[in-house]
Design a protein around this ligand. Sequence first.
Ligand SMILES: [Zn+2]
Length: 152
Amino acid sequence: MITYLTETRNDHFLYFTLDNYKKYRLLIPILLFFNKTYKKCKIFRKEYKYHKNIVVVGLKYYGRNVKRRTNGFAKSFLVKNPDKNCPYCNSKLGDENINADHIIPISKGGNNTKLNLLACCKDCNEERGDVDFYRYLYAKQPKYLEIKYPFI
Ligand SMILES: [Zn+2]
């Protein structure tokens, strides 16, 4: 637990079981102070809708909001993968149309960690809205229906 807090590089959220959270609540800010990644963070607790025994602690960077962080994800994705296409519609991704899409939408309890983000084009991002990821993907790319459990 102590190593987790001093060494984690998780971008925005930390996860604890309720028991651990109660036990280490006062230690969390102190240990995070020694973790250089989080020195300039505010710590806040986030209600986690679906798992009552899990506590999510959010880390809010001073002066940066969610929008800029998801944009940062899209831009660095593009630098690392200059030749990728949109996974939904196959159009070429570039500076002008790249967007960060939330696999689990924020409105359904998703967060901004890299695991929940996917680079896609602006049109698909807007069209998808809060539609379930698999439902939208299958609608746009029926070929995935033929592969059993393509992502697990
Ligand atoms: Zn697209």
